[in-house]
Design a protein around this ligand. Sequence first.
Ligand SMILES: *Cc1c(COP(=O)(O)O)cnc(C)c1O
Length: 224
Amino acid sequence: MVKENLHKVLSTIKPGVRLVAVSKFHPVEALKEAYDGGQRLFGESHVQEMVEKEAQLPKDIEWHFIGHLQTNKVKYMAPFVSLIHAVDSLKLMREIDKQAARCGRVINCLLQVHIAKEETKFGFSPEELNQMLEEGEWKELKNVRICGLMCMATNTDDECQVEKEFMYAHGIYEEIKNRYFHDDDSFKELSMGMSGDYMIAQRCGSTMIRVGTMIFGERDYAKV
Ligand SMILES: *Cc1c(COP(=O)(O)O)cnc(C)c1O
């Protein structure tokens, strides 16, 4: 089923948008099926799980970390992670920089911006994001490459609300790009859209969608 689901999702994706297959809580066999269907880009949200899967699967997979990342766990993924989606503090960026340097790498990162109505402690508010970028310390972190923004919409059936939030996120993305990254071609990703809202996200300028359930089915949180 995974292959069929994958191809169904791929057939609805706009040119230029990349699909992150979110495989958290699914066994290695499910990832292999997607891999055999041509998928090379996987997203995980738990460090240990990603590290274990990485060790068992082919080396041409691009591993994206999409969950909340604690500073003390950066070191485990630093050797191989290709994009960290949810960077939400300068402290975390400093640690990524340090661990990337130890591995002789530059690690690609997205800054998570909080745009949803829901309360959460994760993500920069738009004000905090501007302030952090304005202060400029991030420019000294030579082993971190900021490639864009990541966000999540409110978990609601109200499509107008979701669209409003994604449009808002796109506006912030454009503003940040113009203000701080106008001469930096690496800043080009807007990661937004999941199984329930990726069609809306694509209409609002998403360049990367993170889809799990539609490809792999429901997650069994009791397993893995
Ligand atoms: C789990 C997760 C997804 C995928 O969600 P689905 O609804 O299963 O597509 C996307 N983004 C993040 C940050 C997630 O944690």
